[in-house]
Design a protein around this ligand. Structure first.
Ligand SMILES: NC(=O)c1ccc[n+]([C@@H]2O[C@H](COP(=O)([O-])OP(=O)(O)OC[C@H]3O[C@@H](n4cnc5c(N)ncnc54)[C@H](O)[C@@H]3O)[C@@H](O)[C@H]2O)c1
Length: 254
């Protein structure tokens, strides 16, 4: 079997949210596939740890400490990366409040990071790819919450639904340039975002999620990194505007 479609040697990949969880695992895997990495996150120590992990395996990574809501900072970082082949827009935050308790500032903050941050990353990546004539791949991070109703998740769900719409719309608009745009919509993944800090509560929450999965487990960041790699590389060269759901087969319980 020829696995060269998974080879990213000579390509440049930019990952937001690369200091932790899914972003870190994706960056490490893209580097393992041969890409030169540009890592962006607001958590500078975490970014440096990810870069060190990549360097330890012989890869190359440059860090860009920034907030994805700062469009000009993101644009400058993408510019320094040179012609991009891959953008993985992973950075995101969790927020929970019931509909009645949701304040305007909560909604604004979640939309700013989880939607506008992804929009900026997509815009800058597409701009770079079109300018350099690169037939690149953009991968966004949605969530199972994008099309389910869960108590307390209004702001998060709305932002993830918007990411899906952005993904599909950009796929249509950028397709003629040879640029592919797809989303990954993970189920419950064990990362700091889903860490309840209380071991007993954590175990209970994970067990409850695992019971709803035909695979009887929650996900690990590497499960999602493999989905990102698939969409980033030539193995998915005829796939665009799609939502890949690595979620252990979970049909949300509510
Ligand atoms: N963990 C899950 O179960 C799960 C499920 C579905 C979707 N997701 C999505 O996957 C993505 C990654 O989540 P994770 O679970 O790895 O969480 P995580 O908290 O481990 O990582 C999120 C990263 O994003 C960074 N970040 C947050 N706001 C930022 C900002 N304004 N600017 C720059 N960086 C910022 C954080 O510093 C962190 O490094 C998110 O978009 C999340 O919504 C996670």
């Amino acid at each position: 079997m020829n696995l060269s479609a998974y080879d990213l040697t000579g390509r440049t990949a930019f990952v937001t949210g690369a200091a932790s969880g899914i972003g870190r695992a994706s960056a490490v895997l893209l580097a393992r596939a041969g890409a030169t990495l540009h890592l962006a996150d607001r958590d500078e120590p975490g970014l440096k740890e990810t870069a060190a992990l990549i360097a330890r395996e012989g890869g190359t990574a440059r860090v860009h400490p920034l907030d994805v809501t700062d469009r000009s900072a993101l644009a400058a970082a993408v510019d320094t990366a040179g012609p991009l082949h891959v953008m993985a827009a992973v950075a995101g935050i969790m927020h929970t409040s019931t509909v009645l308790e949701t304040r305007e500032e909560d909604l604004d903050r979640v939309l700013a990071v989880n939607f506008k941050g992804v929009l900026h990353a997509c815009q800058e990546a597409a701009r770079s790819m079109i300018a350099s004539g690169t037939r690149g791949s953009i991968v966004t991070m949605a969530s199972g919450a994008m099309d389910t109703a869960s108590p307390g998740l209004l702001c998060y769900s709305v932002a993830k639904a918007a990411v899906v719409q952005l993904t599909k719309t950009l796929a249509v608009e950028a397709g003629p340039h040879g640029i592919r745009v797809n989303a990954v919509a993970p189920g419950w993944i064990r990362t700091p975002m889903t860490d309840r800090h209380e071991p007993a509560a954590q175990e209970q929450a994970e067990a409850a999620m695992a019971r709803h999965s035909p695979l009887r487990r929650v996900g690990e960041p590497e499960d999602i990194a493999h989905a990102v790699l698939h969409l980033a590389c030539d193995a998915s060269s005829f796939t665009t505007g799609q939502i890949l759901r690595p979620n252990g087969g979970v049909a949300m319980p509510w």
